[in-house]
Ligand binder design. Sequence first.
Ligand code: HEM
Length: 314
Amino acid sequence: MASSPLLMALLLALAAVASAQLSPTFYATSCPNALSTIKAAVQSAVANEKRMGASLLRLHFHDCFVQGCDGSVLLDDTSSFTGEKTAGPNQNSLRGFDVVDNIKKQVEAICNQTVSCADILAVAARDSVVALGGPTWTVKLGRRDSTTASLSQANSDIPSPASNLSALISSFSKKGLSTTDMVTLSGAHTIGQARCTVFRSRIYNETNIDASFASSVKSNCPSTGGDNNLSPLDLQTPTTFDNDYYNNLVNKKGLMHSDQQLFNGGSTDSQVSSYNSNPSKFASDFAVAIVKMGDISPLTGTQGQIRLNCRKTN
Ligand code: HEM
């Protein structure tokens, strides 16, 4: 039976699908202009609003931590479908969906149903970091899009700003990422903004915080009200992808509780200090770690689909 040619062919086909790998050249023949199209659209979105680079980077993170990097974060709720957009970490917080729609439209216009929404997020994250002065890396491609989403996993698996160090370590470990990767990827908080509601308890109640930093942030984040008032995650250079995040932590100027946990007398202090004194080490480690993040449980081969519209399944 095992030597039946039909069965052998079936097994080989199954093995090929199961082992389909992401590859940097995935669109080389099927859509050679995909990457340049995405890059130009990201550059224009970031030129229009610098914060958008941060928002696009975060979308890739929130995509990958829920069901893997499969575009699930982009799916809208409908009367019969529940997406991830109303999850605690996402609602009133994630942004950039219109920019992704615009990129998808442009990419569909040049190559019909070829480039996945999940790959668009991975490439847009890289192009955003580059547009804000950070390192570049080669994005692995060939992810396909999910037909499902998980509100419950978005609530449970995306780390909370109230997390302590051990919770941060375990939420990354659950995704196959090391503590070192966690500290490296957290350097993304060198760009972008956070709402008062996610850092209020730190600036009013914690003691491992620089006093003048706390009082300056309090000026736009009252002890009650103003929940959506924004503060930059990195007060110095919120639109430049540099290593200032680690400098802030060493100086007790981490904005969120979870940020300061990385430099609070624990096992990750030494890595924070090392990135503070060695920006190029941070830049090259970030490039490696984000490729690893982009490898979390992709759909490949014949799994999932290439969505025509990133907001809904085909
Ligand atoms: C280590 C655990 C992490 C926690 C607890 C965390 C939490 C948060 C929170 C609470 C915000 C502010 C959201 C708001 O106020 O609406 C934020 C913003 C942001 N996060 Fe994280 N994050 C983590 C890791 C990461 C990673 C790994 C990345 C990317 C590689 C990332 C990228 C960003 C960016 C770029 C922003 C600013 C977004 C914007 O301005 O639109 N974060 N994060």
